[in-house]
Design a protein around this ligand. Sequence first.
Ligand SMILES: Cc1cc2nc3c(=O)[nH]c(=O)nc-3n(C[C@H](O)[C@H](O)[C@H](O)COP(=O)(O)OP(=O)(O)OC[C@H]3O[C@@H](n4cnc5c(N)ncnc54)[C@H](O)[C@@H]3O)c2cc1C
Length: 339
Amino acid sequence: MVDYLVIGAGPAGLQMGRFLHRAGRDYVILEAEPGPASFFRMFPRHRVLSTDDNSLFDGVPFSRYSKRSFPDADDLVRYLEDFARPLNVRYNTPVTDLDRYQAGHVIIATGKKPHVPSIPGIEHAETYASASTDPTAYAGKRVLIIGRGHSAFETADNISTTARLTHTVGRTVQRIVKQGNEFVATIDGTGELRYDRVVVCAGFRRDTSLDVPHAHVISGDSIKAIRHAARSLHRTLEAQHHGVPWPHRRLRNRPDALAATIATRASEIPDGLADVVVPQGGHALLYDEMPTTERNGFVVTSTQVRHYRRNELIAVERRLHRKPLERFFSQQLAVPCIS
Ligand SMILES: Cc1cc2nc3c(=O)[nH]c(=O)nc-3n(C[C@H](O)[C@H](O)[C@H](O)COP(=O)(O)OP(=O)(O)OC[C@H]3O[C@@H](n4cnc5c(N)ncnc54)[C@H](O)[C@@H]3O)c2cc1C
């Protein structure tokens, strides 16, 4: 029996664990593999990260581990290993059935798995996870890469100097047939083409096998998105179950002051979260990065400001620059514009 059960010791589970640890909560993180960060031990296959913004909250900055703009993935593994060290993680513990555990709150942080599209004959293809990363293995070969995202272009880039030809295609492959050592791919609008190797790099999808209605899920496409989502969930749980108020700061309740703050904040608010501004007489309280389901005061996302009164939507502003925002707040607060 544990108060907080976190499943997965990737960036999401570790970030949540760190918040729970600092707050002194009863928690455990269960991880299927022998160590943390199993995703980044394997991916990206060519070991170059796509961003240097890889720090988690409450730890040392990732820049202590790498100064590169496109760091080596092994530096991130070292960072996450150190981040995990003080936390209560039980390794080699794959969770297959949530009914076996008794927990006050369940947090699913199991990440995404490689996606294999259901194309007839796809079983003949290699995958992003299994295909060789040695460019000489593709020397003189005709290679079809199925996928048009990060992993597809990473793979294409790696083999382009040795392969005889490299085609990357999106959702247009209809069928793959193996004929001897060759693969015949039927491609919409092009017809049948012959290849020596076919590699599926069709992105990653969230594994929903553990999802139950009462569980919380932390997921995202980057460590940046994940650390903010984890912080928002932790604050929600602290407020709901431990009476810890959501942190806030005070602003002057004037159109020019609100417009100046919101114009800056709008570009910083991560997807899926919202700042909430609640006017209270001469000042306004700003609660940052709440769930977007809030229906109170001004709810600010990266694309719009919504004004709610008693849970009812009464106005929306999508021009998130100072002047239009100042006019918007002026109308909504029914006070004259200063400028
Ligand atoms: C090719 C590629 C490159 C990327 N590069 C970057 C980058 O440079 N920077 C960046 O910010 N993001 C990058 N991303 C996005 C990256 O995937 C996410 O930022 C991050 O891995 C998601 O963290 P997570 O904790 O949600 O999931 P994961 O990192 O996948 O962690 C999930 C953990 O849960 C464990 N687990 C799964 N199922 C179970 C179970 N049933 N029981 C117990 N444990 C389980 C897994 O073993 C794993 O350790 C990249 C993605 C791809 C596909």
